[in-house]
Design a protein around this ligand. Structure first.
Ligand code: PEP
Length: 257
């Protein structure tokens, strides 16, 4: 990480875990145990139904509330869907877009991800755009090309001014929920390549100030080495964000001087 130029962001992705009551208990405990140092930003991306509980307890705290998905349209006949304005109205600050579980299980493609990125930005929130290769793609050596394509497509039409709100998360699919973490060097290499793509698209100043997280089995034991990489500016954390103790340890590591 490099705090001189960009924010370090530790974000939890709870996926489909925890009820509103469990959310209340977690948020109270996390809020009361945060370290004093404020060197990293913190977000909790919770299931839709948990947002009101999280927002109520975390209001006036330094923990932002995030969502894990959004619909691309502003409103309409989309039974079961949730719009960006609905989320913004609940004080949601971050929205995960293009998570690999959505891409794999719900067939979301890069063009849809781009529409969702615009919906989030238009509603005044910050998209966390997930990109990453699967194991076969890494083996045949197309990781950097694939990620460059994912980034370019997700950001099509996003203006330099809007880039202030964009967060990128490099999440190798083979490392998500598997316990297989990318080595710090692998994570650093891809995050630095992502910054290179941003430099070509938006110039050096914007590339330097964009937060690029790593996600994929990050936990309290490997966070320090991953965050020591110059281009890894935080983490998107799944299973280790479900327990206050492990999530807090990662926050403490990201807060170290
Ligand atoms: C994720 O869901 O974004 C994630 C990184 O999960 P895990 O930390 O469990 O691999």
């Amino acid at each position: 990480m490099n705090r001189k130029y960009r924010k370090t962001i530790i974000a939890g992705n709870w996926k489909m875990f925890k009820t509103p009551s469990e959310t209340r208990a977690f948020a109270e405990e996390l809020k009361s145990s945060l370290p004093r140092a404020k060197r990293c930003s913190i977000a909790l991306c919770v299931p839709y139904v948990d947002i009101p509980a999280a927002a109520k307890i975390l209001k006036d705290s330094r923990i932002a509330v995030g969502a894990q998905n959004v619909h691309w349209a502003s409103e309409g006949t989309y039974t079961g869907e949730i719009s960006a304005d609905m989320l913004a109205d609940l004080d949601v600050k971050y929205v995960i877009v293009g998570h690999s579980e959505r891409r794999q299980l719900f067939l979301e493609n890069d063009l849809l991800v781009n529409r969702k990125v615009h919906a989030v930005l238009d509603a005044g929130m910050n998209p966390i755009i997930c990109v990453g290769e699967d194991w076969d793609q890494r083996q045949i050596g197309v990781t950097l090309e694939l990620i460059s394509y994912q980034i370019r497509t997700a950001l099509a039409g996003v203006t330099p001014e809007q880039m202030r709100h964009v967060v990128i998360a490099y999440e190798p699919v083979w490392a998500i929920g598997t316990g297989n973490t990318a080595t710090p060097e692998q994570a650093g290499e891809v995050c630095s390549a992502i910054r290179g793509v941003l430099r070509k698209l938006y110039g050096a100043r914007i590339a330097r100030s964009t937060t690029i997280q790593y996600g994929g089995s990050m936990n309290e034991n490997n966070a320090e080495a991953l965050l020591a990489q110059e281009d890894v500016d935080g983490g998107l954390i799944g299973s280790a964000s479900l327990k206050v103790e492990s999530f807090l340890k990662i926050i403490q590591i990201a807060n170290q001087e």
